[in-house]
Design a protein around this ligand. Structure first.
Ligand code: PMP
Length: 294
């Protein structure tokens, strides 16, 4: 992936994709002092850009470092990266990390680096294909207690258990893994939040111990706008057989229905279909909607 054509915004200027390199003694690599974002642009507009930039800054603060730019500068840099790469629809990856000035756990004065890459990342499936649902395994690791790890930051270190769990699920033929929290409640997938439906009501785990996804918040708003009740609460895995529908949501995954979690079965239905459509409408900028109707 490092040999593509294109441009990466790197500490304030654009460098060719292939030249956007860091030293092997980078603190972010050794000690995971790195935070990042995942954003999608639709029709030239980055969906909820400011919310993502604010989360990047909050994640950095949680890891005890400050991004050496303003929110406005990072927003502008994201838009510029999209444009420089000739993209209107795509995925953006801003990342900030401690550099290689000092080696050791303490790195009070290491430079804070920021880079932004953007590339094409089409939706995984067509809506019809997506409605078949994906299959999830149970993850071998649990999400850590917020007293054990900075659970609310989008920090690179927290993805170590996600990659292990996702690899394990993929080896067993599943698309992704469902992670429980440290107390054994349903938490989220390895890179997306999770929702369930029972008797016309939406249930989703309380996001006080894992990332409260921007997509999750959007989906909750969209459901409420339709007058659907949404209950955020602890959900035990024993309840899984009582739910009729299930979906994952995240910037990359968008709204993706789930058909299986281990031995449990779900049937993507009206609610999944409606929120997939509402999400697509929400992310589509008005100018694109007009052009599509023209
Ligand atoms: N949880 C995890 C672990 C994630 O990586 C993501 C993707 N950023 C999400 C949830 C969903 O967050 P968002 O909707 O803001 O992309």
């Amino acid at each position: 992936f490092d040999q593509k054509d294109g441009w990466i915004w790197f500490n304030g200027s654009f460098v060719p994709w292939k030249d956007a390199k860091v030293h092997v003694l980078t603190h972010g690599l050794h000690y995971a002092s790195s935070v990042f974002e995942g954003e999608r642009a639709y029709g030239g507009t980055i969906f909820k850009l400011r919310e993502h930039t604010e989360r990047l800054f909050r994640s950095a603060e949680i890891l005890d470092f400050q991004i050496p730019y303003t929110l406005e500068e990072i927003d502008e840099a994201c838009n510029a990266t999209l444009a420089k790469n000739g993209l209107t629809d795509g995925y953006l990856r801003p990342i900030a990390w401690r550099g290689s000035e000092m080696m050791g756990v303490s790195a009070q004065h290491n430079k804070i680096n920021v880079a932004i890459a953007a590339w094409e990342w089409p939706s995984y499936f067509s809506p019809a294909e997506r409605l078949k649902g994906i299959r999830l395994a149970f993850a071998k690791y649990r999400r850590p207690d917020p007293q054990t790890a900075p659970s609310l930051a989008k920090a690179a270190g927290l993805y170590m258990i996600c990659t292990i769990s996702k690899h394990d699920a993929e080896r067993q033929g599943y698309a992704d893994a469902l992670m429980l929290d440290w107390e054994g409640n349903v938490a989220e997938a390895t890179g997306a939040n999770i929702f369930f439906v029972k008797d016309g009501v939406i249930h989703t785990p309380l996001a006080d111990r894992f990332l409260n996804g921007i997509t999750r918040q959007t989906v909750i708003e969209l459901a409420k706008a339709r007058g659907i009740e949404v209950i955020e609460r602890r959900i035990s895995p024993e309840e899984l057989p009582t739910f009729s529908e299930c979906w994952l949501c995240g910037t990359a995954a968008e709204v993706t229905p789930v058909s299986e979690i281990g031995p449990y079965r779900f049937t993507p239905g009206k609610m999944s279909e409606m929120l997939m459509a509402d999400y697509t409408a929400a992310v589509t900028p008005p100018a694109t909607k007009l052009a599509a109707n023209a």
